[in-house]
Design a protein. Structure first.
Length: 105
């Protein structure tokens, strides 16, 4: 399979904590660093990519391509964990917004 290496991670990604590191700000040329909006959009794009990799792995496994069942399961698990992480971040952001909204000034 071209998109997933033997360890079940997308090609070019060697760090198993790459999704967590995307949630930390990266240096940029902007004065304030990476904006929260761009950070969230990048993270959501990576989650969507992991889900697409999982779907591709499953399809190739069912089609009899050179993808093992273990690689398909690992890709599915990575996508599931990334989705759960994004949902937790979303819930925290919504909770923080509600708390700010209810503050007395």
């Amino acid at each position: 399979m071209s998109q997933i290496n033997g360890m079940g991670t997308p090609l070019g990604v060697t760090d198993p904590l790459f999704l967590m590191k995307t949630l930390s700000p990266k240096p940029s040329n902007e004065v304030g660093g990476l904006s929260f909006e761009k950070l969230m959009l990048n993270s959501m794009g990576e989650v969507a990519g992991l889900e697409q990799n999982a779907q591709t792995a499953i399809g190739e496994n069912l089609a009899g391509a050179d993808v093992t069942l273990a690689e398909s399961v690992i890709a599915m698990r990575e996508a599931e964990l990334a989705t759960r992480l994004m949902l937790q971040v979303q819930r925290k952001v919504v909770d923080a917004w509600k708390e700010l909204k209810n503050m007395q000034m």
